[in-house]
Design a protein. Structure first.
Length: 162
């Protein structure tokens, strides 16, 4: 396999990370991150020495970023929508404001490449400005691996929380 799938999603918290309003979210991060780490197809995720991505804020103080790399779209989709992670997603509106524009994006990276936060921000901007394209897309509007002739599967990417 020459390509992996990278993903980023952002969320604007309703309160600071140390607030009781988002405590259940923060207190479950280790469990959900461990689930990702052990999932088939998982390659890498953005994390600090604390094991989570709470300290990374490329947008503003209230917006969290989650970024990971997977062997393929199917593995990522299974983790997001078919594992215990989905129960966590269903509660998104308890902890995060509704974002009306795109807040998640997928893109192909060469196997072994670890995307930077700047790259992730650029990919989300591409999707927001141009819609789905080979450089930035969604589960609902995927593009095949570069140099591939096969059409990718289309997935439902509706957030269960909204």
């Amino acid at each position: 396999m020459n390509w992996h799938i990278a993903q980023v999603n952002i969320g604007r918290m309703i309160a600071p990370a140390d607030s009781p309003l988002v405590a259940d979210f923060v207190n479950n991060l280790d469990r959900i991150n461990a689930l990702a780490d052990a999932a088939p197809g998982f390659v890498w995720r953005l994390q600090s020495d604390a094991g989570d991505a709470l300290e990374f804020r490329p947008y503003d103080d209230d917006t969290l970023i989650n970024m990971s790399v997977w062997e393929d779209i199917e593995s990522l989709h299974h983790y997001v929508y078919r594992s215990a992670h989905v129960e966590f997603m269903k509660r998104r509106k308890e902890w995060f404001e509704r974002i009306r524009e795109a807040y998640t994006v997928l893109w192909w990276v060469p196997a072994g490449h670890i995307p930077s936060m700047q790259e992730a921000v650029e990919k989300l901007d591409i999707l927001r400005n141009n819609g789905a394209c080979p450089e930035a897309f969604t589960f609902a509007h995927p593009f095949p691996e570069p140099d591939s002739d096969s059409a990718p599967s289309v997935y439902d990417d509706t957030c269960p929380a909204f």
